[in-house]
Write a protein that binds this ligand. Structure first.
Ligand code: GLC
Length: 531
């Protein structure tokens, strides 16, 4: 068993976690000062690792996902010494640290791109994807970028177009070029030698494109999940078979320095194709890949179960699911599901088979905070899910003493300090669930089996088993309060009664005997029952 299989990961968007110098933007010293929230102190959440979104030198066109120096810290976030303090503070607490590796593109300001752009004969030019105009002078083909418009940008100086899968400020690297493997391998080496424990690997499915630049077909009338966007089916510039070579290249680079480093891939593709990125055996490619079909599910028992069981069905026997309910690119689940669902959603996320990734602020129920009309900072509309962490009920929310870079949510009602002092709060429930998971072999690493419930509505129920420990989890997803027969599909194989271990409802006490043929569940209630 690896450390990350039973583990819980926690995503920090560094711009919004904690600001130590009053400039309104979060920074590395801010994170260090808040590590007690995460692990190693009385009342910590108890997570096992943090993934920190990029803090490398960057002009900030995509808030750090446009890197101009992969091995330097952007002055907004600190300096190498502040990174070392953060790493040491985390490791002292037994908290591992994952960085964000962005292999697919650099910033236009990266010296490699600037050099390559300066002349067609500069050796750096081949690190990127350049092409001549079409006969009419327009872009080489019709590929569209994720954020809209053509994926090609004209470079007047050198008379060619360059490819960008995201913003025009993010030129795509050409992974068919061996020098790209070498240079990215050096980045991996640099940070692993510095002491990090692995990487979340960004947008991996865009790292290879059709060398013939074939045209994408139009988007289909019946939407192809994740592959139809911006008017086309991204057949030739996304999730090409050769992407696995890129994953293996990153894997080899990591193994050379620190065998067993965790590699967690990001790719918005259907689950049956995602499984491929886990490779043929453990340690061959990614260890984990985000299950985005799960993140995209509604708060609805049937669709959640379907997403969970698709991963169970498609992953190789050695594969291990990885799920998040929120991240910095999508509306928060407090907003998508509604606040009423948050306690049960926490139980779901922390009791499924697989590694959960929590997004900072979800543990206190932070919801999207829309910015002022016409003042969007992120051109792709993701500001609302990235607002500052709400630490305390005070101006600046304990996040900053200055003017926050994004509007802060309702910190009077939702904040860490108040919830830490309240044993019935969402934060206290997260702590309890994480502790429960760490202490339970069934939750941490046991098998999963979905159960058909009667009536067939509203409840997602499953068994987690390991050795003699058997747990039945029942999650009511926004339906009606009622009584449910959890034995319906398993009569004879399950005992008639169980013992309540934990409910999301603060007024139900552990130890209560529960008749499994008539389990009373309130709307949006979750139960862990020992059987
Ligand atoms: C990933 C990141 C997202 C970024 C994009 C381009 O999807 O999560 O924030 O904009 O890659 O790097």
């Amino acid at each position: 068993m690896t450390w990350w299989q039973p583990g819980v990961l926690y995503q920090i968007y560094p711009r919004s976690f904690a600001d130590s110098n009053g400039d309104g933007i979060g920074d590395l010293d801010g994170i260090t000062a808040r590590l007690d929230h995460l692990r190693g102190a009385p009342g910590s959440l108890g997570v096992d690792a943090i993934w920190i979104s990029p803090f490398f030198r960057s002009p900030g066109a995509d808030f750090g996902y446009d890197v101009s120096d992969y091995t330097d810290i952007d002055p907004v976030y600190g300096d190498p010494a502040s990174f070392d303090r953060l790493l040491a503070g985390a490791h002292q607490r037994g908290l591992r640290v994952l960085l964000d590796l962005i292999p697919g593109h650099t910033s236009v300001e990266h010296p490699w791109f600037r050099a390559g752009r300066s002349s067609r004969t500069d050796p750096h030019r081949r690190l990127y994807i350049w092409a001549d105009p079409a006969p009419d002078g327009g872009p080489p083909n019709g590929w569209t970028s994720t954020f809209g418009g053509s994926a090609w940008e004209w470079d007047e100086g050198s008379g060619q177009y360059y490819l960008h899968s995201f913003y025009p400020e993010q030129p795509d690297l050409d992974w068919r070029e061996p020098a790209v493997h070498e240079r990215m391998g050096e980045v991996v080496r640099f940070w692993l030698e510095r002491g990090v424990d692995g990487f979340r690997v960004d947008a991996i499915d865009r790292s290879m494109k059709d060398p013939l630049l074939r045209e994408n077909p139009p988007a289909s009338s019946t939407e192809r999940r994740f592959d139809d966007f911006r008017g086309q089916y991204h057949l030739w510039n996304k999730d090409r078979p050769e992407v696995l070579d890129v994953v293996r290249s990153v894997r080899r680079a990591a193994e050379r320095v620190k065998p067993g480093s965790l590699l967690l891939g990001e790719s918005y593709i259907p689950i049956e194709r995602l499984a491929r990125y886990l490779g043929d055996r453990p340690g061959d490619a990614f260890d984990l890949v985000f299950d985005f079909p799960f993140l995209s599910s509604d708060w609805e028992a049937g669709s959640l179960r379907q997403a969970v069981e698709a991963a169970e069905a498609h992953f190789p026997p050695s594969g291990w699911p990885c799920r998040a309910l929120s991240n910095h690119d999508n509306p928060r689940h407090a907003t998508r599901f509604g606040r009423g669902a948050l306690r049960a959603a926490a139980m779901l996320s922390l009791t499924l088979r697989g590694t959960p990734v929590l997004y900072m602020g979800e543990e206190i129920g932070m919801a999207d905070v829309p910015g002022p009309e016409g003042k969007a900072l992120d051109r792709a509309g993701r500001d609302a899910a990235r607002t500052p962490m709400q630490w305390r009920n005070e101006p600046g929310a304990g996040f900053t003493s200055g003017e926050p870079w994004l509007r802060i949510g309702d910190s009077a009602r939702v904040n860490v300090a108040d919830q830490a002092a309240d044993r019935d709060s969402l934060l206290s429930l997260y702590r309890r669930l994480i502790a429960e998971r760490a202490a339970s072999p069934a939750l941490a690493s046991g098998s999963y089996r979905g159960l058909d419930t009667a009536p067939q509505t509203g409840v997602f129920a499953y068994l987690r088993e390991s050795g003699t420990e058997r747990l039945l989890i029942a999650i009511e997803c926004g339906g009606r309060a009622g009584s449910h027969d959890l034995l319906a599909a398993a009569r004879g194989r399950l005992p008639a009664q169980g013992t309540l271990r934990l409910s999301t409802a603060p007024d139900r006490t552990a130890g209560e005997r529960i008749d499994l043929s008539a389990v009373p569940l309130a709307s949006d209630e979750g139960l862990i029952i020992a059987i």
